[in-house]
Write a protein of this length. Structure first.
Length: 249
């Protein structure tokens, strides 16, 4: 079982890095710093499937879990990224219990789901077929993103569906859906976040949040508020802030 999944089951915090630049060196550098998980972003970055394999090879020695943020509620892409070696998926903009059911089935083999079997890379090209299939349905990780105020309003119904490990708030989309794009501390955004957090408590799903500014204090605030599955900034922001802090006088 992926460590992230175990940690969340035990109500511990799992911190993740976020990759928009799909280069194995970025993955090696970030994974080597001790993140529990890394998300490779196929929603908002130019990442193709062959890169998922390359990034997984780079992440693997660290023991860090590689997840892929999909481009939507997309069961076909989920199958491809798992076959390539990702340990789980982060599904953006989940709006309904039906969306959850489509994705939790797509990532699991029958009888619980409908993922197609293969002799793909994740199964060591068939050498690990039996063992992978035996453990996979329990081991696979699924985070659903709640990032629209209408989904926040249905959060308890959405998160009550089985097979989800975490509910991950995308603050930018959430704020945009409320007409206050980028105003992450706007009272309406905070109210929606509280609704999602309460739904997590009632359903036993680990709450998650993407803290985009690379500031430890903001991560600690979210941990103190009860969030457990926390995305920490972006590779692009780490670079940008590193450059700025050097060049600013
Ligand atoms: C958002 O803020 O909308 C996100 O998707 C962050 O990952
Ligand atoms: Mg988003």
């Amino acid at each position: 079982m992926a460590d992230t999944k175990k940690k969340l089951k035990n109500n511990r915090t799992a911190l993740g890095g976020w990759m928009l630049i799909p280069h194995p060196a970025i993955a090696e550098i970030m994974a080597g710093e001790g993140f529990d998980w890394i998300a490779l972003d196929m929603e908002h970055a130019a990442v193709d499937l062959s890169m998922v394999e390359q990034i997984e090879r780079a992440v693997r020695p660290s023991g860090c879990d590689l997840f892929v943020r999909l481009d939507g509620v997309n069961p076909i892409l989920a199958k491809h990224v798992l076959d390539a070696g990702a340990k789980g998926v982060i599904v953006p903009n989940v709006r309904s219990p039906e969306d959850v059911d489509i994705m939790t089935a797509a990532v699991r083999y029958p009888p619980q789901g409908n993922r197609g079997t293969s002799l793909a890379r994740a199964l060591d090209y068939g050498r690990n077929f039996d063992e992978y299939l035996r453990g996979h349905n329990d081991n696979v990780f699924v985070a659903v993103m709640i990032e629209h105020h209408l989904a926040a309003g249905r959060a308890e119904e959405i998160l009550a569906r089985p097979g989800i490990d975490a509910a991950f708030i995308g603050p930018y989309d959430l704020s945009a859906s409320l007409g206050v794009a980028g105003q992450l501390d706007h009272p309406d955004v905070l109210t929606s976040e509280r609704t999602i957090l309460d739904a997590c408590r009632r359903t036993g799903v680990a709450p998650g949040y993407h803290v985009v500014p690379p500031e430890r204090a903001r991560i600690d605030e979210r941990i103190a508020a009860g969030y457990r599955f926390i995305g920490c900034s972006l590779d692009t922001h780490f670079l940008m802030h590193g450059c700025r802090s050097l060049l600013q006088t």
